[in-house]
Design a binder for this molecule. Structure first.
Ligand code: AVJ
Length: 307
């Protein structure tokens, strides 16, 4: 029997993104609060590493709440390029960004940030700083995370700086509570995946017959989220039928938890030199420098075509 799984990127349709916003406000879900605190406490130190006249390229921005903290501290940023697959969320706070940072060129890109994308030609010549907050990289297997770090290096180019948020391994109880909140919002977020398949693929998942199941897997240092079938059942998706045994799960997410040294080792193995790490003991924000070898050549040649 093959194990069933769904990629976590499908969590984030409009209802899913709204549920995730609620998760970030839960008392048990510490990562967002901790990361914002670290960014606020260290914004001047982080901004002091930015080259003058740079473009801040944010991978998967959702809302620009965290970037604003850096933008507020960094007069050196000329352009902000949030890259997100969900255009709705990007558009929402554009007007307010223009009001708050009138001299900033804001150029959102509606793209899958895991794929190569093109920086608009009029901004392609600016030095780039990457920003990848939220510990989203924790969704990847460590080997894929390394590949993704290489991809970021390819997008922002050699010598560039990357500011990346990484959740830390910690006492198991705290981790388990963060993904099993008392209010059940994380359960709703997880089950929305099935609701979405019903909505978009005309499936007939009975949401009452699946349970949210999340736990810390210490051997792999990751939170695993699953949806467990409460009984034997058969589900129809389009023409296909899918059978579930009682207790069988769909694995919906991994959220890897690193230590500062384990993340720095991953970064070093993927073409990056750790410059600084900021932490409150719960979460960490890393500044990494892209080693020589990363080239934004693709984008340079485009620029010269335009001129
Ligand atoms: C957005 C991937 C960082 O792994 O903590 C929150 C998603 N899943 N609660 C995380 C999530 C369940 C979150 N990331």
């Amino acid at each position: 029997m093959f194990s069933k799984h769904l990629p976590p990127k499908y969590f984030y349709d409009l209802p899913g993104s709204a549920l995730f916003e609620r998760i970030t406000q839960l008392p048990e879900y510490y990562p967002t609060r901790c990361e914002i605190g670290i960014l606020q406490d260290n914004a001047p130190a982080i901004a002091s590493m930015f080259p003058p006249g740079c473009a801040l390229v944010e991978f998967g921005s959702g809302s620009s709440r965290k970037a604003r903290i850096l933008l507020g501290a960094a007069a050196s940023v000329d352009a902000y390029i949030p890259v997100d697959i969900s255009g709705d969320f990007l558009q929402q706070d554009l007007a307010q960004l223009h009001r708050d940072f009138p001299r900033l060129a804001v150029h959102p890109l509606v793209e899958d940030f895991t794929k190569p994308f093109v920086i608009p030609s009029r901004l392609a010549g600016l030095p780039r700083v990457g920003f990848f907050p939220g510990s989203t990289i924790g969704n990847f297997e460590p080997q894929e995370a390394g590949q993704f770090l290489r991809h970021i290096g390819g997008v922002i180019g050699r010598g560039s700086l990357l500011i990346i948020g990484i959740d830390l391994a910690k006492e198991e109880g705290l981790l388990n509570r963060a993904y099993n909140d008392a209010e059940g919002v994380t359960a709703k977020f997880n089950l929305n995946l099935l609701a979405r398949i019903n909505r978009e693929l005309g499936a007939n998942f009975n949401l009452a017959a699946f349970e949210h199941y999340a736990f810390f897997n210490g051997d792999k240092s990751r939170i695993e989220m699953h949806l467990a079938s409460t009984r034997r059942q058969r589900v129809r998706i389009n023409g296909a039928t899918i059978d579930f045994g009682a207790g069988e799960t769909i694995h919906t997410e991994n959220s890897y938890k690193y230590t500062i040294p384990s993340f720095q080792a991953l970064a070093r193995g993927s073409g990056w030199t750790p410059v600084r790490a900021f932490t409150d003991g719960m979460f960490s924000v890393h500044a990494l420098r892209a080693e020589a070898g990363h080239q934004k050549s693709e984008f340079r040649s485009r620029k010269s075509e335009v001129k």
